[in-house]
Ligand binder design. Structure first.
Ligand code: PMT
Length: 323
């Protein structure tokens, strides 16, 4: 069957996508890292509670137009939401698998200056350098917190660029996390390509300029949310995001996604106000979550992660009653 065929089942569409994707580099190392991380984290804590692990996706995926890629279609996301949420999940006691777009915002780096790295340091003599006084506190804090999270085994960071890498890695992560049952959470803040050029239809070399039009056919990316819920990690608590620029359609679109993809919650956000407030849409209620402006440096992710981790705890409790 043709990969553009709209009458294919989702499973067939997903299979066609993965079969035609360029194979993921370092699959073996990624699987090993995941298994070690999950094994280390999944033993019960000292108080007997099972540990919770969340996969946070962050940043936008690219859809390449050439196999030896020079040009690509990108998706908007700075990675701020994912990076900030990761810090609050860590504070809430979660271990975090951070699946992020290379070059996007990183956890613990938000307070760092925008200046390029080389401008944050100065030489003390020919061989040694030091952090410039003005940046010293922020740089020290970021390095200490990041180091503690990674070496403590609480944070595993996995980078992607393309839609092919992202979906293959999400599948690997989800199938590795399946053993955690309801203690696993997916927090899908990445902006994922809706359209792509299948690898087999893609030209190898750089597309030449010169003709007035560029004619490229993009095919719809199968929505893998359903695969995640049905096959990859069916017991995990799943939170997806809905981004719109028209606030009039936002809540309806979020409610439709909740129902269609059987999500446990959908975080609805509007482009211009996304750092001020979001609405958490669930089958029981719609909750407006706002950034507390009275507290300096507070983020909307602070109350958002509190709410979601409470909902996740209730879900774990409910699941254990049903066993
Ligand atoms: O990174 P920032 O600059 O801080 O911005 C944060 C954000 C606005 C990017 C983030 O809060 C957000 O809303 N992320 C999701 C944006 C998005 O792609 O929405 P969507 O309507 O296209 O997709 C909805 C959901 O379906 C997403 O959870 C996505 O992971 C999933 N999806 C999308 C396409 C696809 N082919 N497969 C998918 O599974």
């Amino acid at each position: 069957m043709d990969s553009t065929n709209g009458s294919q089942t989702l499973e067939a569409q997903a299979e066609a996508f993965f079969d035609s994707a360029p194979p993921l580099q370092n699959t073996h190392q990624i699987t090993q890292k995941l298994d070690q991380f999950i094994q280390h984290k999944s033993s019960p804590s000292t108080n007997g509670d099972a540990r919770r692990i969340v996969c946070v996706t962050s940043g936008g995926t690219t859809a390449p137009l050439e196999q030896r890629c020079v040009r690509y279609v990108d998706n908007f996301s700075s990675g701020h939401r994912g990076a900030t949420s990761t810090e609050y999940f860590l504070k809430a006691g979660y271990a975090v698998i951070f699946l992020y777009r290379r070059g996007s915002f990183q956890p613990f780096c938000r307070s760092l200056p925008d200046d390029p790295l080389v401008e944050c340091f100065e030489p003390t003599d020919e061989l040694n350098i030091q952090v410039r006084e003005a940046y010293s506190e922020a740089v020290k804090r970021a390095i200490v917190d990041h180091h503690a999270a990674v070496t403590g085994g609480h944070l595993l960071k996995l980078p992607f660029n393309t839609i092919f890498e992202y979906l293959q890695m999400l599948q690997l992560i989800a199938t590795s996390m399946r053993c955690l049952g309801p203690c696993a959470m997916f927090y899908l803040a990445a902006a994922v390509s809706d359209f792509y050029v299948p690898w087999k239809d893609m030209v190898e070399h750089k597309i030449q300029s010169g003709s007035h039009f560029l004619d490229v056919q993009l095919v719809q990316v199968p929505k893998m949310l359903s695969m995640l819920r049905k096959d990859w990690a069916p017991l995990a608590f799943c939170v997806s995001f809905k981004l719109e620029t028209d606030s009039n359609i936002l809540l309806n679109k979020a409610a439709t996604a909740l129902e269609k993809y059987k999500m446990h919650a959908v975080v609805a956000n509007e482009l211009t106000t996304r750092k001020e407030h979001v609405v958490v849409v669930t089958s029981a209620d719609n909750i407006i979550v706002r950034r507390d402006k009275s507290l300096s440096g507070n983020d909307v992710e602070n109350p958002l992660i509190k709410l979601l981790s409470e909902r996740h705890a209730a879900y774990i409790k409910d699941s254990s009653r049903q066993v």
